[in-house]
Design a protein around this ligand. Sequence first.
Ligand code: ZN
Length: 472
Amino acid sequence: MSIPMLLPPYLLEAIAERGPEPAAERARATLRRDAEIRSARSTTSPAPPTPAPGATPGQPNRTIFSANNTEQLPGDEARAEGAPATGDPAVDEAYDGLGATWQLFFDAYSRDSLDGRGMPMLGTVHYGTDYANAFWDGKQMVFGDGDGELFNRFTASLDVIGHELSHGVIEFTAGLRYADQSGALNESVADVFGALVKQHQLGQTADQADWLIGAELFTDKVRGVALRSMIEPGSAYDDPVLGKDPQPGHMDGFVTTTDDNGGVHINSGIPNKAFQLAATALGGNAWERAGAIWYAALTGDQISADCDFATFARLTSQAAAAIGETEAEAVRRAWAEVGLPVDEAPDAEQRPAPAPASEPAPSSEPAPSSEPGAPDDRIGDDAELYLGRSGGFTGMSRSREFRLGELSPPDADSWRQLLGGPELTTWSRSDAPEPDRYTYRVACRTVPLDVQLPEPELPDQVRELFHRTLDG
Ligand SMILES: [Zn+2]
């Protein structure tokens, strides 16, 4: 089950590395906590999407909790469905944001909650201390208060709430595989419906909308307007600490990378721009025609988990044609403008996308003579390693090349143990990656070994070793 995390790890890492104190320490604390949460989640299974007992069909069923700045979930109940506003902005924004998301999907697409069956919507606020992140863990939303330095509280941004909950809708429908183009499509569709939640709530037409994701999150210390721009991908921020928004808005700028599950948070700018162009060309409320077309493609029986951009362009064009030729023309033109002319799309046959994270590396068989758990003394202090981490909200990555001798003796021994044992190869054969989670790459010529490791597979102590090695 996915654990969508809002703030991209690379932004947190940039802050941890270059940000002013105390924001830098808070970012480091958030990174540590994220790792702990993911570890805890990876050992529990989410609740099945059964309707809540006593739930009223056609009405949202929300409960907001407060963790009271602890990390206990769900925390104390703070506001149940139908209860009056509490006066706590985080509680009330979460309540309203979950409600606005429910309302968009119900009003515009007759969908009752994320699963279409009235699934209860739960949210916890005041999670942790200075926690600069938000995520949906398959069961509930979790919001931190932000670090107050670079990021405001995460309930402040309605489209961010809508984005994370839309990951849930995608899971219950197309189930887009979270890597390469289908992964970027997953990210883009979450942005599309996140933006539509906000536009629907504000009653904005496509022309009136700002097409920004997370415009409320940055404090005035950050040089940027939002986390992402759908109208001008790549322009959302350009900041000394955070770096520059890396998104392309055209296939000419498509980024080919193994980082970030194939650049899912980067290349999502391309279908984002196509949606914005189609919605603006059609005019009026974007959730009505353009949104209905995207929703029909997402929930139709033609889409597969490995759907690529060209196939989604064709599916949306077909959905548009079912409404009218004006709609079909607007959608085709929008895709053509981002470098995806629909006429050149392949037929219904979809090529399977590669799954680099789950393929065993050919050179990664463990040394047969080594016992798991015992340091491999053949790997000396001069052995060179590469450790990379990618993934997160927009796909920046971090890496380090080093010799074992540069590490503390206990950490060097831990690496020798890992490199000599079978675990790294085993973990690299795991299932498909999940939204907004880290992927690690470990390479070493001495062994030799070159593997991609989804974070949910890693035991706590290994993840901590990776953190120390990268950050220390
Ligand atoms: Zn996401």
